[in-house]
Design a protein around this ligand. Structure first.
Ligand SMILES: [Fe+2]
Ligand SMILES: [Fe+2]
Length: 480
């Protein structure tokens, strides 16, 4: 088996020796038409015949793993690609630490492992469903292409998880693979499994915030699963992280370009007060306070994805060697966490307080803290843009108690600084913190498509460089 080069001859490109693995190949070939039906029904609406300048993974070599070409999305080569096997790899944490990494599912942990794979798998098609109408209002062909790139790769991530289910979980795996095509984002009867993946992504600011915050949750989850003692899961996630980096790039640079354009327009018009929203909006750009509110919304929804602060599921998954911590190998401790504590923000007698809890129970919190640190990096960059224009405004992350639906703070209301509010105060002040109906209407009014190569909608600046070093007026999508 050649782990670097991908077999493109069969129907399903792969580096897992699918040709010799007849049972799994047949199972995947059976699943394939249902996947394509799902893609046609729930994938990017109105652009299935268009030629999109996409990258396709052709290798798992970190240097030069992708090739770029025009593709019709339904003909995209969704492959199964695992990062190369690390020789003599050991289970890196938990009670089995130091044992040989598992190449087969450890029987005692089978149900837990299946659950972790299904939850990860469910998020992948969900985001495609959430973003399916955005192509129609793309601010440029460049952005449209980036959206579709993210979409096809989320499709491939679904394939990645379905491969694990089909290969290692027999009849249960087959049923789960089917169910992944049946659930629908936002459907009241058959919703996706996690809250943030049932929300709408109604406009492009939401899309960029989603790829900034929610894809970054994806990154953290994949990092934790890439540590897994179950080696095929580890290898799958390691390769997915290569693609995921681009999704967060799309989010971070998208928001940067919106901020850049707003600041530039304010400067030209001589507006110094960032809160003079009426005048700023008349320029056809999104005012900075509204961008902050969108960030508050998406950040809070993404925090919910980390689950309860105190979690026995997380403790069990770590103990079993299935899901580790962010950059486990760089942490200097026993990697078993049988002793030790971790500080967790909790609600104690109506106050937010830090409490030390057993380190194993606080693992969700730990991953979430690492996530918050990662989120802050982009905020620093966004603030630099504003500074450059000398506008007195700073973006910041809202408090973790703000607008929560899961965990310690789901029972209370708090402002963006973490001050607790009564229900009536919350209702009165809600629109200070989160996008209001009129904010949404305003943003929607800006969402006019721009389809001329090299042109951009007036509310977003062009990118600094093109994809694959293409010139500014490159036709990233040939619409047909
Ligand atoms: Fe993904
Ligand atoms: Fe992603």
């Amino acid at each position: 088996m050649d782990v670097i080069n991908v077999d493109y001859d069969g129907m399903i490109p792969n580096n897992v020796g699918l040709n010799q693995d007849i049972r799994v190949r047949k199972a995947l070939e059976k699943w394939h038409p249902g996947y394509l039906d799902w893609w046609q029904d729930m994938g990017p609406e109105g652009f299935q015949q268009s030629l999109v300048y996409l990258r396709t993974a052709v290798s798992v070599d970190p240097k030069g793993w992708a090739k770029f070409d025009y593709v019709r999305m339904p003909e995209y080569k969704w492959g199964i690609l695992l990062a190369p096997q690390v020789e003599d790899r050991k289970v890196p944490f938990g009670t089995h630490r130091g044992e040989k990494a598992w190449q087969e599912v450890p029987g005692e942990h089978r149900a837990m492992l299946r659950r972790l794979i299904v939850i990860q798998g469910d998020t992948e098609p969900a985001s495609v469903e959430q973003q399916r109408y955005l192509g129609k209002t793309a601010p440029s062909l460049y952005d449209m292409r980036n959206l579709f790139q993210v979409n096809v790769e989320e499709g491939r991530h679904l394939w990645a998880m379905v491969y694990l289910l089909q290969k290692y979980f027999g009849a249960d795996g087959r049923d789960e693979a089917e169910a992944l095509l049946q659930r629908r984002s936002g459907d009241p009867d058959t919703p996706r499994m996690l809250g943030a993946f049932n929300e709408k992504t109604p406009d492009w600011l939401s899309f960029f915030m989603f790829t900034y915050f929610t894809d970054r949750d994806g990154k953290m989850q994949l990092e934790a699963l890439a540590q897994s003692g179950f080696d095929p899961l580890s290898r799958t996630c390691r390769f997915m992280l290569t693609e995921e980096a681009h999704h967060m790039f799309v989010g971070e640079t998208g928001v940067t370009r919106i901020i850049e354009r707003t600041c530039e327009a304010m400067k030209q018009a001589g507006i110094e007060d960032p809160y003079d929203t009426e005048r700023v909006r008349k320029l056809g750009v999104i005012d900075l306070p509204t961008i902050q509110k969108k960030a508050n919304l998406h950040f809070s929804l993404s925090l919910d994805l980390f689950g309860n602060e105190i979690s026995t599921n997380a403790a069990n998954a770590f103990h079993a060697g299935l899901k580790g911590r962010f950059r486990e190998e760089r942490i200097n401790d026993d990697h078993k966490l049988e002793g030790g504590t971790y500080p967790v923000l909790r609600l104690v007698d109506g106050k937010i307080e830090k409490q030390d809890v057993p380190a194993l129970s606080g693992l969700n919190m730990r991953l979430r803290d690492d996530y918050v640190t990662d989120c802050n990096i982009g905020f620093g960059r966004w603030n630099k843009v504003i500074e450059k224009y000398g506008i007195p405004f700073q973006f910041r992350l809202s408090h973790v108690a703000f607008h929560r639906h899961i965990g310690e703070f789901s029972t209370v209301k708090a402002d963006v600084d973490g001050n607790l509010l009564s229900e009536s105060e919350w209702r009165r002040r809600r629109d200070e913190f989160l996008p209001s109906d009129s904010d949404r209407d305003f943003i929607e009014s800006l969402m006019q498509p721009q389809r001329e190569p090299g042109k951009f909608a007036g509310w977003i600046a062009p990118p600094k460089v093109g994809i694959d070093n293409k010139p500014g007026d490159f036709e990233y999508v040939k619409i047909q």
